[in-house]
Every structure is written in structure tokens, then in C-alpha cells.
Write a protein that binds this ligand. Structure first.
Ligand SMILES: *Cc1c(COP(=O)(O)O)cnc(C)c1O
Ligand code: SF4
Length: 345
């Protein structure tokens, strides 16, 4: 077995990698040696292509069906209007439902608030709800009101930093945010939702690891990995550094047609995550966001895939298959029973 290097990266390396990220579909396809006419490329998407090189390096050259490539390449199919697919299916911007507690602070579930720490990401995933999210209305950087709101509500035991991607904050800004949260006595856990350790492992710097190591509150990092090919020696090193700092590592995936909607692939993903010290947490049904209908998987199929995983994996490697239904008190597990009854009748 290879022992992963446990040295965090130099502080300035990730910003350079991010600056050099692919922003033009043609440049990415040239790098992968795939002809552009293999796709119905969208040359002028509202939500542009963005892919850091370390993530592109894990794509198979010459393969237009590569599961990592399909997650990031703008396709004209996204422009099709499909009934039932809307800009804000979760009603996150709907103040009527009362989710927004302060600018950049959303609370849907008891005890946990979600702070939008940054508006951007290091990768643009085509299936993301964020493609239509009105960040300008949430003023991600002005978090004083959000902090006041957390401070004044002792029922909040967990702060979730999300985005966008909170690890796009610089080391200093991130450490300050962690310190401010730690200063609120009733907060017991800090959770970070980030795709950076996957798409840009160089983000795991000494200073980031230090901020997490010295946090009073135990820290949980939920990464976002959809396919075993997203994991390599660099992600392994990033996770080794984070684990050394006592960070609990979990993964959430999105079930995506053409990317990971096979039982074999999902089992491989769970096993590969475990090899890198990460436990599977959620397997999300894709949200019905306009422009993403071609990634949709039916509930029936999702439940079948998940049952297949259950038969083959130890319980601790089985992610919870959930859907987000606006107004519910938690993520909603997909039910097997109802579907089986339909089969019997
Ligand atoms: C998913 C989500 C959470 C976290 O839910 P858990 O089930 O605790 O992982 C918290 N807040 C919001 C707004 C969410 O969408
Ligand atoms: S990293 Fe997450 S939030 Fe950012 S585009 Fe991808 S799915 Fe959306």
C-alpha cells in the first residue's frame, strides 16, 4: 500500500492553478484530444465552463463520454425547456417560506444554519442549482448580520459553510470566519461543504489545515465527488492532511444519468472514498433545475440502484438516498415500500 504524502500544499499554489483553469470548451477538448463535433457544444452559455486542470487531468483523453467531462461541458441540451424543471426548485430564494434568516444565511432545518460564504466555485457543474442562484441578493461577503443572527439564537448548534464554495475564501478570511463562529458559545459543530479538495486538492494548505485543527468546535468537511475517477493520489494526500487535523470527512454525490447511474459505479465510488478516508453520506436525487433535465434519473431507477448497493456494500458505505422537498423538516429519504406495492398490484 502506498503511504500518502501528508504535507499540505504551499499557500499560493492553488490560486495559480485556479487562475490557469480551463474556461473555454475548445481548450479543454484540445487538451483531452476530443473533437468538438463529438458534442452539441453551447458556445455562449450563461453559466460558463470552469474546470481546474487537476480535475481535467483525471478525464480520459479521447473519450467524449467521460463521466467527469459530462459533468462540466456546456451542452445545448441545457437550453431545452422541459416541463417541471424550473430555476429555483427548492424555493431557496422564496422569502415566503422563511428560509432566509439574514443576508447569506439560510435555515431550513432545526439547529443547523447554512451560510453562503462565497458566491463562486472552482468548477461549474452543469447540473447545479447554483446556475440560477441570485447571489447578488444574498451579499455573501457582508456576513455581519448573519453572525448576529447566529449569535442571538441559542438553538443553533451547527453552522454550515457553503456557497458557492467556502474554500474559495483565502486562508486568512477562512481562518477569521472559523474563529468568529468558534467564539459563539452555543455553536457545537462547524461543517464545510466544498468540492475544492476534489477538483483542486492544492487548496488544502498548511494554514487551512491549521485553522481546522485549532477549531474549538469539531469540524466536518462534506466533499462532493460523483465518480471514483475523481479520486487520485492528490485527493488522497489532501484527505490525509485533513484527517491528521481531526476533520471528519464525508461525501455527498448527486445521482446523474450518464455519469454514475449504475450500481457498479456507485459501489466503486463508495469503496474508493473509503480508501481515501471519506465516508459516503448522501446520494442526492438531482433537483429539477431548468437546464439539467438530461441528467435526471427516475425515482424508480434510483431506488433500484440503491437497493443494489445495499446488497453489496457494508452498511457504513451505503449513502442515504435522498431528495430535497421544499418545506420538509429534513432531506427526504426515497421510499422503497411504495414502489414495491405498485409492482405487486
Ligand atoms: C442539506 C441542507 C442542510 C444539511 O442537512 P443535513 O441533513 O444535516 O446534512 C442544512 N441546511 C440546508 C439549507 C440544506 O439544504
Ligand atoms: S461545486 Fe457544488 S455548488 Fe459549485 S457548481 Fe458544482 S455542484 Fe454547484
Amino acid at each position: 500500500m502506498i503511504t500518502p504524502n501528508r504535507t499540505p500544499w504551499q499557500p499560493d499554489e492553488w490560486q495559480k492553478v485556479l487562475r490557469d483553469a480551463f474556461r473555454q470548451p475548445h481548450a479543454l477538448l484540445r487538451y483531452l484530444d476530443i473533437p468538438a463535433d463529438a458534442f452539441n457544444l453551447d458556445e455562449q452559455p450563461d453559466f460558463p465552463l470552469l474546470v481546474p486542470e487537476p480535475f481535467a487531468a483525471r478525464m480520459a483523453s479521447g473519450d467524449p463520454a467521460d463521466p467527469l467531462l459530462l459533468q462540466v461541458l456546456p451542452n445545448l441540451q441545457e437550453r431545452e425547456h422541459v416541463p417541471g424543471f424550473v430555476e429555483d426548485p427548492l424555493g431557496e430564494d422564496n422569502s415566503v417560506l422563511g428560509f432566509q434568516r439574514a443576508p447569506a444565511l439560510i435555515q431550513k432545518y432545526q439547529g443547523r444554519v447554512l451560510m453562503i460564504a462565497t458566491p463562486g466555485c472552482a468548477v461549474n457543474c452543469r447540473y447545479c442549482f447554483r446556475r440560477h442562484f441570485p447571489y447578488q441578493d444574498h451579499k455573501p461577503r457582508a456576513h455581519d448580520l448573519a453572525m448576529d443572527s447566529i449569535r442571538s439564537d441559542t438553538s443553533i448548534s451547527e453552522v454550515i459553510l457553503s456557497g458557492g464554495d467556502p474554500l474559495l475564501l483565502g486562508d486568512q478570511a477562512f481562518a477569521t470566519l472559523i474563529n468568529e463562529i468558534n467564539a459563539i458559545e452555543h455553536v457545537q459543530r462547524i461543517r464545510v461543504h466544498s468540492r475544492l479538495p476534489i477538483v483542486l486538492p492544492q487548496r488544502v494548505t498548511q494554514s487551512l489545515v491549521g485553522a481546522l485543527r485549532s477549531s474549538r468546535c469539531p469540524t466536518v468537511l462534506v466533499v462532493h465527488c460523483n465518480h471514483a475517477h475523481e479520486l487520485d493520489a492528490q485527493t488522497k494526500r489532501a484527505f490525509a492532511c485533513l484527517r491528521d487535523a481531526g476533520v471528519h470527512l464525508l461525501n455527498q454525490s448527486v445521482l446523474l444519468a450518464g455519469v454514475n447511474d449504475e450500481t457498479d459505479l456507485l459501489c466503486q465510488l463508495s469503496q474508493s472514498l473509503f480508501e481515501q478516508g471519506v465516508l459516503p453520506y448522501y446520494l442526492h436525487m438531482p433537483d429539477a433545475v431548468s437546464g439539467t433535465a438530461h441528467f435526471d434519473v427516475t425515482e424508480q431507477r434510483a431506488v433500484t440502484l440503491h437497493e443494489g448497493m445495499r446488497e453489496r456494500l457494508p452498511g457504513y458505505l451505503l449513502p442515504r438516498l435522498v431528495r430535497e422537498i421544499p418545506g420538509k423538516a429534513s432531506k427526504t429519504p426515497l421510499q422503497t415500500e411504495g414502489l414495491q406495492l405498485v409492482d405487486i398490484s
